[in-house]
Design a protein around this ligand. Structure first.
Ligand SMILES: Cc1cc2nc3c(=O)[nH]c(=O)nc-3n(C[C@H](O)[C@H](O)[C@H](O)COP(=O)(O)OP(=O)(O)OC[C@H]3O[C@@H](n4cnc5c(N)ncnc54)[C@H](O)[C@@H]3O)c2cc1C
Length: 304
């Protein structure tokens, strides 16, 4: 990849200030970890996004699409090619009766607050998940008995050839922390949710209850990527880790949270290497003790 050429091309599509070179991914992830991306670009509208996709596709430049970076562990060598970040710049939404249409970069917390104002029920589960709507679709994010699959009506997607099309809930192939986007390189542009008309006070009390659960049980003030491992069938990852005696286990600045064993946290200066070494110890110990294989929920990307 000729970096100068790529930079010049990106600058024909985007404003210069939206093309960041050698941008440390630790500044863009909730783990506060990650080496430099060759380029991190922040498109401001669909047209810019589409033109970036056409460019990387035509010139075979590797790319990665990110939302709020709350489910990512970026390795210390960083990311080659182009990282496209969709967040504040793609955060318009509209509510019509019980139908909510929103752009993929909106934070779930912001969307949930506005949905509450309209007294629509069914999205409470998402209010404390610190990602964007696009990331939540890709991951079929869920909590406290709800998941995106339950509320999505349709998703507007962009493919690598610049085509824009819509997929129904069924076509999105939602599964446990996965979706159609686990297998296809599509980009979520916009999402339509169908919710239920409800009572403001009832919805607010569910919100408050879930917020309290999160703040008391999860280390939400520490840098992390949420639950480190997927729930193995028939078990809870956090419980297995705790029963294996690993709660609080610390390797340099990487730590199995003493508050919730399902979370690995960064105490300040952990590298991706430290976190991955800790994850390996956790996986091996849990396997040796219970013969259960733990699989990462957090997406590990980039170069060592
Ligand atoms: C404290 C904490 C608590 C958490 N609690 C929960 C929880 O209760 N439930 C839960 O499910 N998760 C939880 N998470 C994990 C995380 O918030 C979710 O996975 C979230 O959906 C990720 O969204 P994001 O925008 O940050 O995506 P990113 O982390 O930026 O990306 C995640 C994946 O989504 C893809 N992606 C992002 N945007 C798009 C797009 N527009 N189009 C296509 N693909 C896209 C990326 O390529 C990547 O594969 C938690 C994380 C933290 C830090």
């Amino acid at each position: 990849m000729d970096r100068k050429h790529v930079y010049d091309k990106l600058c024909t599509i985007l404003k210069k200030e939206d093309v960041l070179e050698n941008e440390l991914m630790k500044n863009h992830t909730s783990f506060k970890i990650g080496g430099p991306a060759d380029f991190l670009v922040i498109p401001r509208n669909e047209e810019e996004l589409k033109n970036i996709i056409l460019l990387v596709n035509k010139e075979k430049i590797p790319f990665f699409i990110m939302g709020n970076g709350s489910n990512l562990l970026v390795r210390d060598g960083g990311i080659r090619g182009v990282v496209i970040k969709l967040s504040d710049n793609f955060s318009k939404f509209e509510v019509n009766e019980n139908i909510v249409k929103a752009q993929s970069g909106i934070l779930l917390s912001k969307l949930a607050k506005n949905i509450l104002k309209c007294a629509l029920a069914g999205f409470e589960f998402a209010s404390g998940i610190p990602g964007t709507l696009g990331g939540a679709i890709a991951m079929n994010a869920g909590a406290y008995g709800g998941e995106m699959k339950d509320v999505v009506h349709a998703v507007k997607l962009l493919d690598m050839d610049g085509n824009i099309f819509e997929c129904s809930n069924e076509e999105m192939k939602f599964g446990y922390r996965k979706s159609l986007l686990t297998e296809k390189k599509y980009i979520v542009l916009e999402v339509q949710l169908i919710l239920n008309k409800g009572n403001y006070e009832d919805i607010k009390s569910i919100f408050d209850d879930l917020t309290l659960k999160r703040t008391t049980k999860q280390p939400i003030n520490m840098p992390s990527a949420g639950s480190t491992f997927k729930r193995p069938v028939g078990y809870f990852a956090g419980k297995l880790i705790e029963e294996a005696g690993l709660k609080g286990l610390t390797l340099k600045d990487a730590q199995v949270s003493p508050k919730h064993s399902g979370f690995v946290v960064n105490l300040g200066n952990a590298t991706a290497k430290d976190i991955i070494e800790l994850l390996d110890v956790v996986k091996k110990t849990v396997y040796d003790k219970f013969q259960v294989v733990l699989e990462e929920e957090v997406k590990i990307i980039g170069e060592e």
